[in-house]
Write a protein that binds this ligand. Sequence first.
Ligand code: SAM
Ligand code: SF4
Length: 329
Amino acid sequence: MIDPNGRNITYLRVSVTDRCDFRCVYCMAEDMTFLPKSEVLSLEELDRLCSAFVAKGVKKIRLTGGEPLVRRGIMGLFESLGRHLKNGALEELTLTTNGSQLEKYASELASHGIKRINVSIDTLDSEKFSQITRGGRLDQVKRGLIAATDAGLHIKINTVALKDFNENQFSGLVGWCGKRGYDITFIETMPLGEIDSDRITQYLPVSKVRKILEKDWTLKDNNYNSGGPSRYTSVAETGQYVGFISPLSHNFCATCNRIRVTCTGKLYMCLGQDDNADLRAPLRASEGNELLDNVIDEAIGRKPKSHEFVIEPGNAGPALTRHMSVTGG
Ligand code: SAM
Ligand code: SF4
């Protein structure tokens, strides 16, 4: 799948549910209305959809959400998609998770061919963790991380940089990750969906995160590319990678190889644009993939050159009305 700007689309992110057991303040409102289950693709449909993309050249699939590990039966989807790893059509199957269910599922994930996972942690202070996730338990997530390491999974921590909330945690997080062999990526808040607070009060550019870290750590730029939008540095003292994702202050669109599918089967060609294509109708219209393939090809032909995010004074509302949990970040 080559888009009009010559980018080869090889990375598919699939939000397998919009539901979550946390309510992170930058991601969701406290009182969320979730989709009726009837609108959500079945696990069999998700498998068919992902497999159609693999047949079209997708090499990496990330399952995300909402929280992917709260979807009932989700191990069945990992298991069935694992067949594409075994036959070499797919190079990587992975997930982004809040870690709350990892203790239960880590070894099963490893048995289905998952090698690396992303786990989101914004602070190592239990009280603050519970505050930012509106009720999440850090000790539970930490147990999940230990189970993941025991199962042989490589861990990357995702930390959203939030002004006046976790600046004093960044250095400690890097040290904590270094000791455990985890990589870490810092992410700027993106203006997706109505939440209960004003985003301009939360926004902290990752350039500032880097400055804060450089007081305690020696960061060296490197050319590592995980196939995602992160720019990586290596920490001289620990050897681990520290990544920075800056969708707002730095445009990473030129090398974008990603597309996203929601749990209702909407294909988004760009995280920062509303244009999408409905894949559920062609998927359900026939057992063969001809209709589906046509809609996918037509949609890839409309992948925009870049997103249009802005967070600035006087323009701090959501640039897009859908929440991150819809397209999965
Ligand atoms: N529930 C899983 C988790 O938290 O890892 C997977 C889905 S979550 C939407 C994926 C990633 O998006 C998380 O690392 C989360 O911190 C991040 N995220 C959510 N809302 C965001 C926003 N508005 N701006 C930037 N990152 C956001
Ligand atoms: Fe749930 Fe992840 Fe969103 Fe937090 S960031 S509310 S864990 S989907």
